[in-house]
Design a binder for this molecule. Structure first.
Ligand code: ADP
Ligand code: MG
Length: 313
């Protein structure tokens, strides 16, 4: 039923001064596309390394495909695919040589698993003699994915596969993941990009080694706790600075062509808005527009992160 079961995992570095993971618990179902979303330093890679048996946790237990990460590490290593965040290929070997090399490590051949990688590999084939180090970011990422798939894994661990990759390649990459999911492969993927959260079936938001929430993207959006507004006027930068100084405003951040704001007091929200509009007019802002909106996943995340920072969490 569960392909990943993590219970109370903690890990610290530098004699306990850096708490990379604190009491992490989560489960990933068989065949699920699960996203671990968090910014730099959140603890994503540490968790990936524990699950792929490359690092020992200080406490807690973790099982991958029913195998214990300590006792059964050999079984895990042979049945998972892992694409580490940092460039994992041999830059001096060609595309084809890299692929053959990874196949050999797993005691298999490229031919044996070609069906699984075919759709991805055809895009690489024109460059098969090129050294991996000379490929574009998007192409490197495709080759790394092929290498991670070469042992026909039941579960794929992809640590920030789209970091530093252009927008088009990022989109293509998520399309590839959807296809792999159809093959029944469980996918555990990390990303710092909040817009990619919506492409996962369920997500965990991780910040400073703690999980802030685990749910479907839709449920997380729906759980945003208060009315939310977008606001626009002349002088957007001055507006942002000004909004930050207004005590009635609880949160404010820039979001595309609007700023998003919520209020500390939501009982008489229409009155709050009128007062705000008057205040901004008196500060010489022009063309003020303000409307209530539905929270996006990013709004929900920012709210949860602010809550953690205020230690309400
Ligand atoms: N080998 C290590 N030695 C010391 N600190 C580490 C080590 N690995 C990770 N850390 C620290 O642990 C925290 C989490 O790091 P990491 O898991 O790499 O986060 P992420 O992958 O989300 O960016 C960071 O503060 C990082 O500096
Ligand atoms: Mg990382």
């Amino acid at each position: 039923m569960f392909d990943i079961e993590i219970k109370d995992i903690s890990k610290s570095f530098d004699k306990g001064t850096i708490k990379a993971l604190q009491d992490i618990s989560l489960t990933v179902k068989k065949g699920e596309l699960f996203g671990l979303i968090g910014s730099d330093g959140a603890g994503k890679t540490t968790l990936f390394r524990i699950l792929t048996t490359l690092l020992l946790a200080d406490k807690g237990t973790a099982k991958v495909l029913g195998f214990d990460v300590i006792k059964d590490y050999r079984k895990i290593r042979s049945s998972v695919g892992y694409m580490p965040g940092k460039f994992s290929l041999y830059p001096d070997l060609s595309v084809e040589e890299n692929l053959n090399f990874f196949a050999t490590i797993f005691n298999t051949t490229v031919k044996q698993n070609y069906n699984l990688i075919k759709n991805i590999y055809v895009q690489l084939e024109p460059f098969k003699n090129r050294k991996a180090g000379a490929l574009s970011g998007g192409m490197k990422q495709k080759l790394a994915l092929c290498c991670a798939l070469i042992n026909h894994p039941k579960i794929l661990f992809l640590d920030e596969p789209t970091t530093g990759v252009d927008t088009v390649s990022r989109k293509e990459f998520w399309e590839m993941l959807k296809e792999l999911k159809k093959e029944g492969i469980t996918i555990f993927v990390s990303t710092p990009y909040m817009d990619e959260a919506n492409l996962c079936e369920r997500i965990a938001l991780i910040q400073k080694g703690e999980i802030l929430t685990i749910d479907t993207p839709k449920k997380i959006e729906e759980s945003y706790p208060k009315p939310l507004f977008e606001i626009k006027s002349s002088e957007m930068i001055r507006l942002l600075d000004e909004l930050k100084t207004i005590p009635e405003i609880d949160s404010v951040f820039s979001f595309g062509e609007f700023h998003h704001i919520s209020f500390a007091e939501n009982k008489n929200i229409h009155k709050e808005i009128e007062i705000l509009k008057q205040k901004l007019s008196s500060l010489n802002f022009e063309d003020i527009e303000i409307h209530e909106i539905k929270a996006s996943i990013e709004d929900s995340f920012i709210e949860l992160m602010n809550k953690q920072q205020r230690n309400e969490y």
